[in-house]
Design a protein around this ligand. Sequence first.
Ligand code: AQP
Length: 331
Amino acid sequence: MPAPIIFSGIQPTGRKHLGNFIGAIQQYVEGQDRGRPAIFCIVDLHAISVAYDPDELRERVHDTTAILLAAGLDPERCILFRQSDVREHTELTWLLSAVTSHGDLNRMTQFKEKSARQRELVSSALFYYPVLMAADVLAYRATEVPVGDDQRQHVELMREIARRFNERFGEILVVPEVLIPEVGARIMDLQDPTSKMSTTSGTEGGTVLVLDEPAAIRKKFAGAVTDSGREVVRGPDKAGIANLIDILAVARGIDQDEVEREFEGAGYGDFKEAVAESAVELLAPTRERYAELRPDEAAIEATLAAGAEKARALAAPTLADVRAVMGFGPK
Ligand code: AQP
């Protein structure tokens, strides 16, 4: 089987959380040696779909790049770049809109949820987010898209867009596969374990940040909402405990049954402490390395510029093919 072409994007915030780390960043690091190539993109164009500050956006791109490098992405083994540096993404977005159904966009859960939370303006960029995401991936003819469970619907839509494009214009685009981790695809908010851990809609106490100090992480786990029972098992009305079981399983690289066996008869207090320690251990190396890398903005910019050059070289031929079959430019 040929090596996969891996592509995934991540939003520029300095507040990457444990859900992003487990659902996405760990998959990126694992994928960088499998992908030929593995391409990771800081999606600053997506970030403008909600209210934002331009100066802060630049800073957050640097924060996120430093987090990814600190977590183990190596620019020698993958392509890491800033979305807005590669104009092919925006051009392809418009071209793909010709084969994107308005009705499909209307069905997107993320749009429904995020538009309801906007105070001043529901931008059409928020509505168009999935088309830009489709362009991100399809421009590289990627075969595999590692994401958390919340992005499943968007990947399904991009597959539909690619299929419709190919039916209409010929086999130009590749229909990618989604890659979702078996455990940890949806890490839940510690204070509200029926909602996913989230940058924009989570609770402060229930969102464990990659850059949190160990004391803050321990405090958040100590306050995690559980249930009135005593058993460390998954089951109905045990969303909080099930979430903690998932986190411990992923952090230690074991399966959930093993966690349940180990904590049979233990109280919730001891269990929460063990989960907190595993999360501290999981995140500490990234936080420490981040502190070393983040101050060198010139090095971060150089990494992004080199990545953009490689990305452009891959996206440009796809765009040339797409333009040609769609009837643009001289014959
Ligand atoms: N709770 C989660 N559990 C597992 N994976 C998650 N992801 C997000 N939340 C969880 C995955 O992280 C990747 C990067 O996400 P993003 O930075 O692009 O932002 P997002 O998907 O919009 O996630 P956030 O941080 O929760 O932001 P908001 O609050 O805006 O929704 C993606 O692969 C995502 O699936």
